[in-house]
Structure formats: C-alpha cells, structure tokens
Design a protein around this ligand. Structure first.
Ligand code: G16
Length: 544
C-alpha cells in the first residue's frame, strides 16, 4: 500500500468554532475539504508517531465516509493504532472516556451535535487532546493556520475497513481496532453511581421514566445501561435507533425540539422522570412530572447533593459554570466553601480546571452538565446522577428542586434565541451594544439599577491564556443579569442568544412561571439592545 501525496488548495472557511468545524454536509463533500482539515489537525500536532488515535461519531450522514478517509490519513501520517467505534459510533462523552482509558494521543469526533443531519443537514469534526477534552484555543488556532497554508495531504491508497464488526485490521503499518462503543463507558458509569439503588428504583412498580434518544447516538448507550443493565422496562428508551438523519428531527434536547417527550411529561399519565439527550449524547434535558429543570438549576442541585452519589462522596473540589449560566451554582459553592469558576461558553474552558483539580462538577445553560470523570459534558451521566438522587431521596424531581430553592433561593432564568438572523444586522446589534454598554452603569430601568456592564473576558488560571469578547454582560444591583452573545455553533446566518436571570430569595415568590417572573427584564433586554429594531423580529425563535 502506498502513501499518496495529494496536491490541494486551502479552503478559507476552516476556522473551528465553539466546538470544532461545523458546516453543511454539502460543504464537507467537496473534494479535499475534509482531508484538508484532517491534515491540518495532524500538521498542528507533534509526537504522535506510533501513538493511538480514537475515532468515532454520532452516526449522522457522512459519518462512515469521513471515518474511512480519516483512517487512511492517520495511517499515512504515522499513527500506530486507531480505535474506532463499531459502525463508526461513539458518543462524545464515550470518546472522551475511551481516549482517557486507553491513554490515546487524542481523538477525532465527528458530529455537529444537536444540529439536524442528512444530505442537506450539518456535519462536523473536532479534535480532542489526550486528556479526553476538546482541543484548547492554542490548538484550534494552529489547526486553522495550517488550514490556510495547506498545499498537500497524505492518504494511504487502501481499501475501506469493515466497521460493522468488532475486529483488528492492519492498514499499512497501522492497526485499526473496531471495538464496542458502549463497554468502556458503561463500566465508567457503573463505577460512579449506585447501580443497585437505581436498578431497584427503575424496576419498582410505581416508578416510570422515559428517555428520548432522539434517533441519535445515545440510543445504544441508554438501552444497554438503563434497560439491559439496570432493568428498566423495554421501551423506556424511545427513538433508540440512531438514524443518519436523526429521523428528520432536530436532536436538541430542549422544550421546543424534544416536544414528544415534553408532551408526555405534561400529560395526565406522566412518568415520574423524563430525560433526553442530543445528537452526540453530551447534552441533556431533565424533566419531572409536569416539571422542567433548567440546566442551571440542574448543575446547582447536582452540586448540592453530590455526596449522596458514590463517585462524589468525598465532596467537590470546586464548581465551574459558563458565564451565561445562572448563578444558582455560585450559591451552592458559597455554602460549601468552595470556588465557583466562571468561564466563557464552550466546554474546552473547563479542561484545565478539571485537570488541575480546581473543579469537580461543571455545567452550562446550554443543556450541558458533567464532571471530572471525562472531559466532555455528558448527557447520560446527568440522567444517572438524577436517578441516583431520586433513588436516595425518594422524592419527586419537583420536590427536590423546590427544596433546593427554599434553601438557596431561586434564580429565575430563561434564554431567548433569535435564530437565522442576517449576519450584518446581528453584528450591528452587538457592536451598538458594545458602545451603549459604557453609559449603562447606574442607569435605572424600572425597578432595576445597572451595577456594571462589560464584554466578558477570561484569563485561564492554569495557563494564563486570555479569551476576550465572550459576551456582553449587564449586571444589576439586585443580582439580576442580562447577557447577550452570538452563538458559535450555528451554520446558517447568526443566532443571537439573550440570557435573562433574576434572583428570588422568598419561597412564597418562587412558584411563578419564569417568563412572567422575568417579564420586566425581558423588556429591558430589548430596550437596551434594540433587538426588534436591529433584527426585525417580534419574538425569539426558541425560548428555554
Ligand atoms: C457547544 C459546546 C458547549 C457550548 C455550546 C454553545 O455545544 O460544546 O460547551 O455551551 O456549544 O453553543 P452556542 O455557541 O451555540 O451558544 P455542542 O453541544 O454544540 O457541542
């Protein structure tokens, strides 16, 4: 088998976003497009000769073709071994687990997360480093630079590998091991949670749960763990078969896109517990009977109850949350006497904190929670954590959350998304906001007085790197906040996200609907940024 040196030209649009390179499938299908990016990844790394690379994806359209290209390029570039999930499947948290467990040099994960899939949908690729987490900005920056200079890539002239069966193959001088994508991950979950207690809860007559895998990657994981290992009745996992187009759906576990599950959880005969995860299995949504747990509250509740779970019995070293995530976790951290770190949006910012032992639990408002067990957010882990709490506390989801509010206060929270905006008007809105920002401190809007406003920046406490322009934050004297930022994960136009938060200490005022409780701040958010004026939109596309 010979190594082919293929001449190519750079593509100017290969700058990785919040979570790798995400584009329409049709863009990835252009000749050389994927190969250029993969070569740029390899060119930005050093010392991987003879080492192990983990490869897998969420099973979406183009996953298998992409994996064949990556395998042949890894062989041509000198990797010693590639571990690839059977059928090309690996959830993002499972990939992180496998990289860590097998001491791999790194991994390539193929996913566009929660974005729709299929020939007209999205595809994505990202590189994870040896700690199992997303490459930090120094690495993604180097990948981008290489992509702008690339002139040639290397690929082995070889036949495709059969990914449908577990087996060991050789590809040139490299070994390819097709392995079961669930085993290592399931063993890790079993080491963290009380499977006996969760199993008896799931098998008891008066408990019923639903897990919506949304025809995405977590179906096989959820079936193996919840149904086969823990004994939940067959059918507990719905939409369990991963499909290349996710069944035509939008596997984003929120109140809008997981509507079948949401309807069931708000029906007369609602199960006690409901959960969903996204395309690549790292996001989660948690529901009780007629009750939605905001991701920010979920992080705070997990942190406050962590010592009830075997894997966290020793307590937490710290908590980390992304800046737009509500400050509910900060109150738990204060009560526990530990630090709550505030990072920019993007899981990659948690990696150093976890590696350095500065945080144990992390979470983001964007339906992500996780811990130092891997270096990605982890949908099924969150579900098992909640099940473990339900089993120990023998209370409903709603009661656990209400108890939490009664003790720590409630951070009313909502995110308003304006999707598919014209890029120019979204940029204009943000730059006008950057100008207005300076004049806001001390200004009064109804009952609210602005305390400070800034464009969030973050200095990593471990490596000192600085990240600027991470979102406009307007803080009010009563602890309320409005945050504006543009999404870094969309593939069409721009998405403006507005995050609104208000703290309520008194239990008698904690039972309002979040949109009602936040109505004044929602109006102020429009008044300050001129959202309607800039975007021409009367209302958000998605409210969570
Ligand atoms: C990715 C990152 C998350 C981040 C989210 C933000 O999520 O992994 O850490 O919170 O993007 O998205 P946006 O920039 O659109 O607000 P995922 O699940 O898409 O990989």
């Amino acid at each position: 088998m010979s190594v082919l040196h293929i001449l190519t030209e750079p593509f100017p649009d290969q700058k990785p976003g919040t979570s790798g390179l995400r584009k329409k499938v049709t863009i990835f299908q252009q000749p050389h497009y994927l190969a250029n990016f993969v070569q740029s990844i390899f060119d930005s790394l050093q010392g991987f000769e003879g080492q192990t690379l983990v490869v897998g994806g969420d099973g979406r359209y183009y996953n298998r073709e992409a994996i064949q290209i990556i395998l042949k390029m890894a062989a041509a570039n000198g990797f010693g071994r590639v571990l690839v999930g059977r059928d090309g499947i690996l959830s993002t948290p499972a990939a992180s687990c496998v990289i860590r467990k097998h001491g791999a040099f790194g991994g390539i994960i193929l996913s566009a997360s929660h974005n729709p899939a299929g020939p007209k949908g999205d595809f994505g690729i990202k590189y994870n480093i040896g700690n199992g987490g997303p490459a930090p900005e120094t690495v993604t920056g180097a990948i981008h630079e290489h992509s702008l200079r690339i002139r040639e890539y290397r690929v082995l002239d070889a036949a495709d590998i059969d990914l449908t069966r577990e087996a060991i193959h050789s590809l040139g001088g490299m070994q390819v091991e097709v392995f079961d994508p669930v085993t290592d991950y399931a063993a890790l979950m079993e080491s963290l949670f009380d499977f006996e207690a969760i199993g008896s809860l799931l098998r008891s007559r008066d408990f019923r749960m639903r897990f919506d895998a949304m025809h995405a990657v977590n179906g096989p994981y959820a079936r193996a763990i919840l149904e086969q290992r823990l004994g939940a009745p067959a059918g507990t996992v719905m939409n369990a078969q991963p499909l290349e187009d996710f069944g035509g759906g939008h596997p984003d576990p929120n109140l809008t896109y997981a509507d079948t599950l949401v309807r069931e959880m708000y029906s007369e005969d609602a199960p006690r517990f409901g959960a969903a995860s996204d395309g690549d299995g790292d996001r989660n949504m948690i529901l009780g009977d007629h009750f939605f747990v905001t991701p920010s509250d979920s992080l705070a509740v997990l942190a406050a109850n962590a010592t009830l779970v075997p894997g966290y019995r020793q307590g937490l070293k710290g908590i980390a949350r992304s800046m737009p995530t509500s400050q509910a976790a900060d109150r738990v951290a204060a009560a526990l006497g530990i630090t709550c770190h505030e990072t920019p949006t993007g899981w990659k910012f948690f990696g150093n904190l976890l590696d350095a032992g500065l945080a144990t639990l992390c979470g983001e408002e964007s339906f992500g929670t996780g811990s130092d067990h891997v270096r990605e957010k982890d949908g099924l882990w969150t579900v098992l954590f909640w099940l473990n709490l339900l089993a120990v506390r023998q209370q409903s989801v709603a009661d656990i959350v209400r108890d939490h509010w009664a003790r720590y206060g409630r951070n009313y929270y909502s995110r308003h998304d304006y999707e598919g905006l014209d890029l120019t008007s979204a940029d204009a809105l943000m730059s006008a906001l950057r100008t207005t920002m300076a004049s806001l401190p001390d200004k009064v809007f109804g009952d609210y007085r602005v305390k400070y406003s800034d464009d969030f920046q973050y200095t990593d406490p471990v490596d000192g790197s600085l990240s600027t322009g991470q979102g406009i934050r307007i803080a009010f004297t009563d602890g309320s906040r409005i945050v504006y930022r543009l999404s870094g994960t969309g593939t069409e136009g721009a998405t403006l996200r507005v995050y609104i938060e208000r703290y309520e200490a008194l239990p008698e005022h904690q039972q309002q609907d979040a949109q009602d409780a936040l109505a004044d701040l929602i109006r102020i958010a429009d008044e300050i940024a001129g959202i309607r004026r800039h975007t021409g939109r009367e209302r958000p596309t998605v409210i969570t």
